[in-house]
Ligand binder design. Structure first.
Ligand SMILES: NC(=O)c1ccc[n+]([C@@H]2O[C@H](COP(=O)([O-])OP(=O)(O)OC[C@H]3O[C@@H](n4cnc5c(N)ncnc54)[C@H](OP(=O)(O)O)[C@@H]3O)[C@@H](O)[C@H]2O)c1
Length: 323
């Protein structure tokens, strides 16, 4: 099965459905990436912070060796972690991440969070996480501005290390500022996006300015239950919400497919993660071929309650980027 593409402002095509790699375990990751390629996935959403890029690369290498696809068929995404925002650190860490994946360019390299933390040498600890030392107590900020970091990101494009560059977890005001000085505008904005957090104004602003939006955590609280997050345990499950299950039943689809199609039908890309082969396959079938009605889209959007899960404050990290 092939999925439709979104044309990015960089001129490159990005599949509208991909496979998210957060919380995919090191033990299973290579096999899962290989299986996902076999199932038809072409976009892989990785990051330094997920701690599994070497295993992701092993899965890709095996798929290429077995002739399942060519490198040019794949769209490999990775992210710049907060500890590497200072300009001199950007190219070396990108090259390390490329080496981990076993590829010589990323299709898309994203600033993971608009937060600069002090450098942690990968020889000492990798991935570094939020804390400056292994004791997990100190969050130390660095002075790198977003402008400085973005110049470093632009340098990656110039050197052919990234075909497109993007941002994640940025709010509207920061994007407005970034667009004033960016020589290369961000190609994509990756944000938490589900019916409990529709971020309609932000999606509209990004899309109007030629920035493609990618949704993460499309199933809302579900992903954060695995992390035992209080906010997720307190929230009603989106996959069980009667508004979603009724629409799913009507279309002969699963609630997960309805949540994903609700995004893709509005031009928002999705990157669901699944450890299960059946769910992996159904999550891919949301790029087209069936449509929700206008009223159904509005009804799903009406579930918005501004409920955000992936907030540093919920992890006990005192960085209030969303307030
Ligand atoms: N930029 C950022 O800051 C950021 C933050 C978070 C995530 N992300 C990216 O976005 C990706 C997706 O987000 P996410 O991992 O938070 O969660 P998600 O894809 O919204 O949800 C994953 C959870 O849903 C379950 N699931 C998957 N497909 C399902 C289906 N068809 N029916 C029922 N349950 C299903 C999975 O369980 P099973 O595995 O058992 O199927 C897992 O528990 C991440 O992997 C990562 O690449 C980016």
């Amino acid at each position: 099965m092939t999925t439709p593409n979104i044309k990015l402002n960089s001129g490159h095509d990005m599949p509208i459905v991909g496979f998210g790699l957060w919380k995919v375990t090191n033990e299973t990751c290579a096999d899962q990436v290989y299986n996902a390629i076999k199932t038809g996935y072409r976009l892989f959403d990785g990051a330094c912070d997920y701690g599994n890029e070497t295993e992701c690369g092993q899965g890709v290498a095996r798929a290429l060796k077995d002739g399942l696809c060519k490198r040019s068929d794949l769209f490999i995404v990775s992210k710049l972690w907060n500890s590497f925002h200072d300009q001199p650190n950007i190219e070396p860490i990108c090259k390390k991440q490329l080496a981990d994946w076993g590829v010589d360019y990323f299709d898309l390299f994203i600033v993971h969070f608009p937060i600069a933390l002090q450098y942690v040498d990968p020889k000492d600890r990798y991935p570094p996480g939020w804390y400056n030392d292994a004791s997990g107590k100190e969050v130390k900020r660095s002075n790198a501005s977003i402008e400085e970091t973005w110049r470093g990101m632009e340098g990656l494009v110039g050197k052919g290390l990234a075909k497109s560059i993007g941002i994640s977890n940025f709010r509207g005001v920061l994007i407005m500022d970034l667009l004033r000085y960016a020589k290369i505008p961000p190609a994509t904005l990756q944000i938490e996006h589900h019916p409990y957090l529709t971020q309609t104004g932000l999606v509209k602003y990004a899309q109007e300015n030629g920035i493609a939006v990618t949704a993460y955590s499309s199933f809302g609280p579900h992903s954060f239950l695995e992390m035992d997050m209080k906010e997720a345990k307190d929230a009603p499950l989106l996959l069980d919400n009667p508004a979603i299950t009724q629409i799913a039943e009507k279309h002969g689809k699963t609630p997960a497919q309805v949540l994903l199609r609700w995004a893709t039908q509005r031009g928002v890309a999705v990157i669901p993660k699944s450890n299960n082969q059946g769910r992996l396959k159904q999550n891919l079938e949301v790029g087209g071929g069936w449509d929700l009605g206008k009223e159904e889209i509005e009804k799903i959007g009406g579930l918005d309650r501004g409920l955000r899960f992936n907030d540093p404050l919920h992890y006990g990290v005192n960085l209030p980027i969303y307030v």
